[in-house]
Write a protein that binds this ligand. Structure first.
Ligand code: GBH
Length: 470
């Protein structure tokens, strides 16, 4: 297996948190059980042509019914932490009003099961399954959704807050706003750049309102989870010091502003980056940003969660065609990196993770960091002997853990690493054909088979580190 940074042992600090993650719509199934209302992903996945293979989350991993077995599996792997998300439409079928007791009861049982197994729950309140009724009223493009989100957050915290310490508000607001409302590759499938910037702002406002409410209710650790990447030119993928033209540097700065600073500057500093405001001015204007909003968004939080998969490669344009997920970058070319790729076609560049973490630690020294997602899809199959030989995933994870280790050595305040994903699951627009799990799922039989990578990860957790070649 290739190793990327160092070949020897890499030991992690005592108390480092090792976990695995999932998200409600991707694993739960039971889409109509116990009063759950429809979400935008039910609508989207049931719309022909939106999801590969016509796949939907109707059944997914049937985790809603199989959670006790799944928690046993987590315990067998020795996980310290399990990051899951709460399905808003299970708690409020139409996104407002009183809580549905049966919906809360599911997460109540899950949390108790986790605690009984010695696993710390990390709850994410929003991983993309907006109640469809709120979308019918405009979704995140409408200001009211931010207030509904904070009310929902309070309802969930009121039930689970005595046992759950770690609360993430949003998962990847960039994806919600720009794949949901600009490119339309994700639900709700809107293609309207002005709406995408309104959505980004209302997501941030929802984060701030929810963080304030959670804090007032006594939540101990509040996290904002973003998808982030180092933004680099093609030459910089493997050589960070490679020279860049002024035009390339400007493209890099603008894309970084849209991807990372658009979210962290408001949440951690109380202002938008100038590059973003300039783009918003040209895409519908800034009238939706009201006086006081940035103070609300700038709530004290404890951690930023980083979801990292690959670097973002750009150079001065023109993009041919322009990338619809990135309004304001029509003069930028988004390129492939020269690197091996996963089954998603995403380049494998572990050093991108150390670079990203060290940059965030340097630019936002006031905040603790945790890797809330990192992982890869490969074409895994169960062999005749019942094993899943996913050496490519082990190599991916080994390389990225060495990158995490390098960031720790460089002084980053990094609390833990949470692999994406525990289970093969509904991979959004890609459906079930893309497998990110360290545990294989047969979607016909619902049989779970820990892949070689799961057994390798169990070892990593047990040793609190990765080992060199024996
Ligand atoms: C995460 O998002 C999700 O949180 C998780 O649910 C999901 O299953 C997992 O990753 C694997 O996909 O080509 O310029 O439009 C993925 C983060 C960020 C990856 C945006 C794809 C496309 C950028 N995504 N990126 S662009």
């Amino acid at each position: 297996a290739p190793s990327y940074l160092t070949e020897g042992r890499a030991d992690f600090p005592a108390g480092f948190v090792w976990g695995a993650a999932t998200a409600s719509y991707q694993i739960e199934g039971a889409a109509a059980a116990d009063g759950r209302g429809p979400s935008i992903w039910d609508t989207f996945s049931h719309t022909p042509g939106k999801v590969a293979g016509g796949d939907t989350g109707d059944a997914a991993c049937d985790h809603y019914h199989r959670y006790p077995g799944d928690v046993r599996l987590m315990a067998e792997l020795g996980l310290h932490a399990y990051r899951f998300s709460v399905a808003w439409p299970r708690i409020q079928a139409t996104g407002s009003g009183p809580a549905n007791p049966a919906g809360l009861a599911f997460y109540d049982r899950l949390v108790d099961e986790l605690l009984a197994a010695g696993i710390t729950p990390y709850a994410t309140l929003y991983h993309w399954d907006l109640p469809q009724a709120l979308q019918d009223a405009g979704g995140w493009a409408e200001r009211g959704t931010a207030f509904r989100f904070a009310e929902y957050a309070e309802l969930v915290h009121a039930r689970l807050g005595d046992r759950v310490r770690n609360w993430a508000t949003l998962n990847e607001p960039w994806v919600s706003a720009f794949l949901g409302y600009a490119s339309g590759v994700h639900a709700p499938g809107v293609q309207d750049p002005a709406a995408s910037f309104r959505a980004a702002h209302h997501l941030l406002l929802g984060h701030g309102l929810a963080a304030r409410a959670l804090r007032a209710a006594g939540a101990e650790e509040i996290t904002l989870v973003i998808n982030s990447s180092p933004v680099v030119t093609p030459a910089q993928v493997h050589d960070p010091g490679a020279p860049v033209t002024e035009a390339d540097a400007e493209a890099v700065r603008r894309v970084d502003a849209l991807l990372t600073r658009q979210f962290l500057d408001p949440a951690l500093r109380g202002h938008y980056p100038a590059e973003v405001l300039e783009i918003v001015e040209r895409h519908g204007g800034t009238a939706h940003i009201l006086d006081g909003d940035l103070e609300t968004i700038h709530q004290p939080i404890d951690l930023v969660g980083i979801n990292y998969y690959n670097p973002c490669v750009v150079e001065a344009g023109p993009g041919e065609p322009a990338n619809p997920a990135w309004p304001g970058t029509e003069d930028v070319r988004f390129g492939p990196a020269e690197a091996p790729v996963t089954a998603m076609g995403w380049p494998i560049v572990p050093t991108g993770l150390s670079r990203l973490l060290l940059r965030l630690a340097a630019d936002y020294p006031e905040i603790g960091l945790i890797v809330t997602e990192n992982g890869a899809a490969f074409d895994d199959a169960v062999g005749d002997d019942g094993r899943v030989r996913d050496a490519d995933r082990i190599a991916y994870l080994d390389g990225h853990l060495r990158a995490v280790h390098a960031a720790l050595e460089g002084g980053a305040d990094l609390r833990g690493y949470i692999v994406w994903s525990l289970l093969d699951n509904f991979e959004w627009a890609e459906g079930y054909r893309r497998r990110f799990g360290i545990v294989h799922v047969d979607f016909e039989t619902q049989r779970r088979t820990p892949k070689d990578s799961a057994l390798w990860y169990r070892d990593v957790i047990q040793r609190n580190g990765v080992r060199g070649p024996e």
